[in-house]
Design a protein around this ligand. Structure first.
Ligand SMILES: NC(=O)c1ccc[n+]([C@@H]2O[C@H](COP(=O)([O-])OP(=O)(O)OC[C@H]3O[C@@H](n4cnc5c(N)ncnc54)[C@H](O)[C@@H]3O)[C@@H](O)[C@H]2O)c1
Length: 454
């Protein structure tokens, strides 16, 4: 990996001198675009693209999550679903039917195998390609979209490997298109309250964050459909944090990662691999071929990330054992802290009882994120209690308004590369891994994400 990072750094070093010129006007000197966000002190290399009156979309991978997105985009003004693509013809046909049932023109269907998205990208005039395929297909789909002049949006994680992260960054810069990762947890109500309180300085100076993806997915992984067809395979060859972004994304936004701060280095450790093996033995018939599978993924993976500003982030992954769901979602500052599961907060001098937690209710009442005041978001039913709708709505709003998106290709790369770095650290007795700077130094001047008004 050192060789790989060095190679990329070498390329970067050669390119940096011309970077400003190369990125203008796409990565132009825009003022802080997000409501009350702090104004940048100097040129801010945030990527913008010309506004689109309507967004012509192609969907690749319309299984569980792709169907959620499709339903959301069919509700949004200014969106046309022009093409649907899935390796499973029945999923593609179902998606086409949903578009027609919504009263829209019939989309073109691409269902001729695992690379048919390339034909879709070559043939169709689209503005945005959205992929909700298995992880290993995210980068090939995004690259096909970018290469043919389309914006790309991918489900999480954006990439499986470090090299894939660089491929996304380099393609987005080369073709001057948005390439975003759809991290819906950045739009959940508590996470957005947290960001709002951070921006108001309620917690003082931020010191530490804690986050996780802890979700009992054993039945999903052993299902004979959906994620059961592909997700378990990763547990057979990878040992690290395979799914970091749901927990890490919102914490990264609070810490201004890639916008005045960045992930500097990490260490990672995995424990025993047990949960999938127990499930195998206790739920599968003796002659089930899945009984012979061997898993290497440690049930619990624990990582510590340090930022360039010295803050610490504790990150956990566990999808193999019985437990209630949690992303932890905690932030500690010099004046107080907040965390989820269960939701609670303590702010020195403001909380009613000294050294005692209080519920978030009063804080929601006074500091709700403006986007969560929208009736349309609060009543949205399309996936995960409104956050998925808000995520899709924001992306279309940004594309139609010619605004920088709330997260960009540098965030997609910085949040996703944690997977391979943890795998490498685990494989080498928790050796320290440097996190690459995908922004080529621009993190120092890029403005923090502000608080978007509705
Ligand atoms: N953000 C969230 O809350 C959330 C929730 C669930 C899943 N996800 C992510 O969404 C993605 C998809 O997960 P899912 O649960 O929808 O899985 P799924 O298996 O239900 O859907 C994947 C779909 O992609 C299709 N597909 C596979 N390879 C393809 C290819 N080469 N070309 C075209 N189509 C292809 C499959 O036939 C299927 O329809 C994953 O990245 C997952 O991590 C995110």
């Amino acid at each position: 990996m050192r060789d790989d990072i060095s190679r990329r750094d070498f390329v970067r070093a050669g390119a940096t001198a011309g970077l400003g010129a190369a990125l203008v006007p796409g990565f132009g000197c825009a003022p802080a675009p997000f409501g009350q966000g702090p104004a940048p002190q100097q040129a801010s290399p945030l990527f913008t693209a010309p506004p689109l009156e309507r967004v012509r979309m192609g969907f690749v991978g319309i299984g569980g999550m792709g169907s959620v997105h499709l339903a959301n985009y069919l509700q949004l003004e200014g969106v046309e679903v022009k093409a649907v693509c899935d390796v499973d013809p029945s999923h593609a046909a179902r998606a086409k039917q949903r578009v027609v049932q919504a009263g829209r023109p019939e989309p073109a269907v691409y269902d001729r195998g695992p690379r048919d998205f390339e034909r879709m990208c070559d043939e169709q005039e689209l503005d945005l390609v959205l992929t909700a395929t298995p992880w290993e297909w995210h980068v090939p789909v995004c690259l096909a979209a970018l290469r043919t002049g389309k914006h790309a949006a991918t489900e999480v994680p954006a990439a499986v490997t470090l090299d894939e992260c660089w491929q996304l960054v380099e393609a987005a810069e080369r073709y001057r298109k948005h390439c975003v990762m759809l991290e819906n947890c950045c739009y959940d109500r508590r996470e957005m309250l947290m960001l709002n309180l951070v921006r108001q300085g309620i917690f003082g100076e931020l010191l530490h964050g804690e986050c996780s993806y802890q979700h009992d997915l054993r039945d999903v992984k052993f299902s004979t459909e959906g994620e059961g067809l592909w997700r378990r395979a990763h547990a057979m060859r990878r040992n690290g944090n395979l799914y970091p972004t749901h927990g890490l994304g919102p914490i990264a936004q609070c810490f201004d990662i890639n916008r005045g701060n960045r992930f500097d280095h990490l260490v990672s450790m995995s424990g025993p691999s047990r949960g999938l093996q127990l499930w195998q033995q206790e739920h599968l018939a003796a002659d089930d071929p899945r009984r012979s599978e061997r898993y290497v993924l440690g049930d619990l993976n624990l990582s510590l990330i340090q930022t360039a500003q010295g803050q610490t982030i504790y990150l956990v992954h566990n999808t193999n054992d019985p437990r209630p769901y949690s992303r932890i979602n905690a932030i500690q500052g010099t004046r107080g802290l907040m965390q989820g599961w269960p939701d609670r907060i303590y702010v020195e001098g403001r909380s009613a009882h000294e050294d005692d937690w209080e519920p978030l209710d009063a804080w929601f009442a006074q500091s709700e994120h403006p986007l969560w005041k929208s009736e349309r978001v609060r009543t949205a039913s399309g996936g995960h209690g409104g956050m998925d709708f808000l995520e899709d709505w924001r992306l279309i709003t940004c594309l139609r308004g010619g605004l920088p998106t709330d997260w960009d290709v540098y965030d997609a790369a910085a949040w996703s590369c944690i997977s391979e770095l943890t795998e490498r650290s685990v494989a080498d007795r928790s050796r320290t891994m440097d996190v690459p700077d995908f922004t080529h130094g621009a993190w120092r001047t890029r403005p923090p994400l502000g608080i978007v008004e509705g």
